[in-house]
Design a protein around this ligand. Structure first.
Ligand code: SDX
Length: 429
């Protein structure tokens, strides 16, 4: 049974259709609002505005629920692996053994970057930000794969997805080696996705790094948890850029730039900076929290708060457990974890955070897991991007294959000067 919403303005009433999703979320379809009433809507940061209908990820922010294609994140983190989850996110179903084997084979087949792409790294200074390198090199991939990607064809798109997912991992590890002044390490053909990344990061020409199983599992779980998150800032960017029919590489390269910001994917770096500052200053946590709460404070409790989650981010719960697990199994202690745990406790008992429903998000604990694996803080947001690759690919494709797809072009309310004449420079005071 269809529902409508009524809007009354200037003595007239407009009836607008209500769209109801499979989880009973409801949205007013305003696509005819301007033509009927001359009105548009205004929503800073799109906090109340749906940009699309999507079948990929479901989040219930109040209940702290996250599901990829209907499957709870807790089950995927516990029972699946990143490559299988990537297939699910991109193609909508868990793969059969044969499909999974084919996808893994494509990831292995496409793990090298063109040898002349390696020369591009010579153009970057050793301290070049890895996110800048990643975005530039993803766009460069487009120069080496000029063939237009046809999202409609599953087998064609599976290869394009595998190519991007695999080469991103090689590029990321190569950017780390470049920053360390070390030789880039070629990928192996006989190890899993996360293991290959750790190999390319930490092996040396004279000895292979054999990561412990616990490290491989912790990284795999980290990547699964980052695989998609519906219409966040960087995913909305990949859809926005893709809506102009820009190719997959250009769209994903733009998403990398959006993710870089400290309010988004850059928060995992900001959390470690924050915890390190607290530790090195020996600052009392209550005092730090008081500073965060001050009106117009420059301090934020990084890794806390979320536009959608008004309860625990389920990924934060899983990563919090993963911190304990990986540190214990690797026999590594991290003083920052103790500070994070105490900081979480102080915040969750403080009215300021409780009344604003500010809870730990995915970034609060993720950096501690990466530190345990030996990943440097400069690479943290790159790790987020590697994990989010399947989500960006899936969302780009969904946007492309939407039969009603149009170029994204929001409206605005103009608040600048009204009509005035040009003044020749001689007459200006
Ligand atoms: C990610 O969207 C996604 O799904 C993103 C992501 C994904 O997987 O793609 O989940 C990944 O980006 C997680 C978020 C990582 N960012 C951080 O941890 C940075 C710290 N968090 C905040 O900056 C903030 O909470 C945001 C950016 C995450 C959300 O911002 P909103 O929804 O615009 O909320 P807001 O800034 O309007 O805050 C509402 C109130 C304000 O106080 P009042 O004006 O009402 O007095 O809450 C306060 C804010 O000052 N507030 C915080 C706070 N977050 C919000 N105060 C202190 N510390 C914080 N972290």
């Amino acid at each position: 049974m269809s529902e409508t919403a009524k809007l009354t303005y200037d003595g007239k009433t407009y009836e607008l259709p209500v769209v109801i999703g499979s989880e009973n979320e409801k949205g007013i379809d305003i696509s005819k609002l301007r033509s009927q009433s001359g009105l548009i809507t205004l929503d800073d940061g799109y906090a109340n505005t749906g940009s699309c209908q999507s079948e990929i990820t479901y989040i219930d922010g109040e209940a702290g629920i996250l599901r990829y294609r209907g499957i709870p994140i807790e089950q995927l983190a516990e029972q699946s692996d990143f490559v299988e989850v990537a297939y699910l996110v991109i193609f909508g179903e868990l793969p059969t053994a044969e499909q999974l084997s084919e996808f893994r084979g494509l990831l292995t087949q496409h793990q090298f970057i063109h040898e002349s792409m390696r020369n591009h790294f010579e153009g970057f200074l050793p301290d070049a930000p890895p996110m800048a390198i990643l975005s530039a090199m993803i766009n460069t991939l487009g120069c080496f794969q000029p063939a237009l990607i046809e999202p409609e064809k599953d087998e064609h798109f599976m290869e394009a997805s595998a190519r991007l997912m695999s080469k991103v991992r090689t590029i990321a590890a190569a950017s780390y080696k470049k920053s360390m002044g070390q030789a880039m390490v070629y990928p192996r053909f006989d190890v899993c996705y996360p293991c290959n990344f750790l190999h390319m990061m930490f092996s040396m020409p004279n000895r292979d790094y054999e990561p412990p199983q616990e490290a491989i599992r912790a990284l795999d779980k980290f990547l699964i948890l980052h695989a998609d998150h519906e219409q966040n800032c960087s995913t909305s960017t990949v859809r926005m850029v893709g809506s102009s029919r820009a190719n997959l590489y250009a769209s994903v390269a733009s998403a990398v730039c959006a993710l870089w910001g400290p309010l988004h994917g850059g928060a995992n770096v900001a959390v470690i900076d924050m915890l390190t500052r607290i530790r090195d200053r020996g600052e009392k946590l209550e005092k730090f929290i008081e500073r965060v709460k001050e009106k117009d404070s420059s301090e934020r409790l990084m890794g806390f708060g979320h536009r959608v989650y008004k309860n625990f981010d389920p990924r934060a719960r899983i990563l919090k457990d993963a911190c304990h697990e990986v540190l214990n199994k690797l026999g590594v202690a991290d003083s920052l974890l103790e500070i994070a745990l105490q900081l979480e406790d102080v915040a969750l008992h403080d009215e300021y955070f409780v009344e604003r429903k500010l809870y730990p998000n995915v970034d609060f604990y993720s950096g501690i897991v990466l530190r345990a694996l030996g990943v440097p803080v400069e690479m943290f947001t790159v790790m987020f991007a590697i994990g989010r690759m399947p989500g960006w690919i899936a969302q780009w494709r969904e946007g492309h294959m939407n039969p009603r797809a149009r170029i994204c072009r929001p409206r605005q309310i103009y608040t600048g000067p009204t009509l005035r004449e040009f003044v020749p420079i001689a007459d200006r005071e």
